[in-house]
Design a protein around this ligand. Sequence first.
Ligand SMILES: Nc1ncnc2c1ncn2[C@@H]1O[C@H](COP(=O)(O)OP(=O)(O)OP(=O)(O)O)[C@@H](O)[C@H]1O
Ligand SMILES: [Mg+2]
Length: 329
Amino acid sequence: MLTVRELTKRYGDTTAVDALTFDVRPGRVTGFLGPNGAGKSTAVRLLLGLDRPTSGSALVNGRRYTDLPRPEREVGALLDGGAAHPGRSARAHLLALVRATGLPRRRVDEVLGTVGLTDVADRRVGGFSLGMRQRLGIAAALLGDPGVLVFDEPVNGLDIDGVRWVRRLMRDLADEGRTVFVSSHLMSEMQQIADRLVVVGGGRLVADAPMAELIDAWSHARTVVRTPDPGPLTAWLRDRGVPGRRVDVEQGPDGELRIQGARPEEVGDAAHGAGARVHALYREEASLEQAYLELTEGTARHTASGSGGTRGADAAPGGNGGEKTEEYR
Ligand SMILES: Nc1ncnc2c1ncn2[C@@H]1O[C@H](COP(=O)(O)OP(=O)(O)OP(=O)(O)O)[C@@H](O)[C@H]1O
Ligand SMILES: [Mg+2]
């Protein structure tokens, strides 16, 4: 569990992290999303005791990192650009880490296996591809078998196989009940990795909510349904909406309906009710990007004007004067 309270870090005139408050809980993947320079890496460094907060606190399992008796057993981290000595082999790098921390040597082969580097364990890291180096960094994070994992931009520069592997690993780690906190500036990537999102912009909290809720609230997401029975489904949706609200239905070519204000599962239920056959049912992809753009655009304005207000009808009021964080919902 990570607990961040009113966390602030200033470097001279720059406020890299500005009164951030959020929790990261076990058993799920929490994404840490924000544009370049939003303060993600700074917050991560503060959590890992690599830098000291100007004010506020960043706790791992209820304690400051520097107060943890065996930090390597509680939290593992992959830092942006973290690297091993190029002249060393992967195995030698990990052995040096277990020697320094007093972890059992067998962990080296275990984590090499977990990240798929067993076959190249004795090759020099200098000759590793970016993907192999990322795997080695993740192996190092896993050495102490920690319950909390923090990954700063783990998919940066990875090819599709590497990206898919990282996603799978994050999911497995969360399913094992660990706390997984992953930063990225890529909405599309976050959408595929995270269950929950903490969004920052200009050092400040923009949103802290489950992924689905965030996308629904901030994007103009539309659900697309392809059906040979557009008439009955359209009538059903226009007449009844979905529970709790009205929806907007637009009919496209080939019986394809675009529905604003209803999630795919709600449209599926409506189709069932209307007796309409469904050949395809999905949410428009662009809407995810849209959600992110809306969020960060709001942030940019917010930062530029220097006064309160996340945007959107669902945003919480207040937050002016820079004292309180603004929590979406
Ligand atoms: N050691 C430092 N000294 C001075 N300024 C810093 C330092 N570290 C970060 N900053 C500034 O703090 C702000 C936040 O930077 P940070 O690296 O935390 O952002 P980020 O969200 O990780 O961005 P990116 O997506 O590019 O990795 C930036 O304006 C950056 O220039
Ligand atoms: Mg960063």
